[in-house]
Design a protein around this ligand. Structure first.
Ligand code: A4P
Ligand code: MG
Length: 173
């Protein structure tokens, strides 16, 4: 297809492949993540392609809180990065998220990990997510979906293998 800035010759936008990180540690986290994925897939102009298995993970950053349930979803979307961020924040709010402290407990957190191959450095949005390559709870499910994915010249699977040596992460039954 001939494309110019993501617009094909018929004038419609070409979907971009993105990865969304999901995390929860208040209430029934498994149900909340399932509901967040359902709402994500119901968004106009977005399709959830695949979802990695769920993992139970030790809290990183602020450690005096419950373990998290984490996973990653691959989606295709014609939403712009800004529109996608707004849609994710709306789902977070609708599912009862209250922001008390950074890195603190949350009903659900939805982060844009990657938006195609774009780099975005705005005050409200940084993509690739700046801390993703340091976190097993992101890299392990991401590597499940796409082990050969290249992130700054390194393969997702190799990054994940290194992180599981030092961070607690368990397959959730
Ligand atoms: N923002 C900037 N870039 C992005 C992006 N790529 N995707 C801005 C989503 N949001 C992005 O986020 C704060 C602001 O980040 C937003 O207003 C948005 O404009 P937030 O969700 O309100 O707060 P947060 O999640 O506490 O902050 P942050 O910096 O996103 O935290 P992290 O780094 O994502 O860490 N441990 C385990 N085991 N599992 C977890 O899921 N999550 C965190 C959050 C810490 N420890 C964890 C987990
Ligand atoms: Mg967040």
């Amino acid at each position: 297809m001939n494309t110019l800035l993501g617009v094909d010759t018929t004038g419609s936008y070409k979907p971009v492949r993105c990865y969304i990180g999901l995390g929860a540690n208040i209430g029934n986290s498994r149900d909340t993540i399932a509901e967040a994925l359902k709402r994500l897939n119901e968004l106009p102009n977005l399709t959830v392609n695949t979802v990695a298995p769920l993992y139970r993970t030790a809290p990183i950053g602020y450690t005096e809180q419950n373990y998290f349930i984490n996973t990653v979803a691959e989606v295709s979307t014609t939403l712009t990065p800004r529109q996608l961020l707004t849609a994710l924040q709306q789902i977070e709010n609708d599912l009862g998220r209250v922001r008390v402290m950074r890195w603190g407990p949350r009903t659900v957190d939805l982060d844009i990990l990657l938006y195609g191959e774009q780099t975005i450095l705005e005050p409200e949005l940084q993509v690739p997510h700046p801390r993703m390559t340091q976190r097993a709870f992101v890299m392990v499910p991401l590597a499940d979906l796409n082990p050969g994915l290249d992130i700054d010249g390194q393969k997702a699977q190799l990054l994940a293998q290194r992180l599981v040596e030092e961070q607690e992460i368990y397959a959730e039954q």
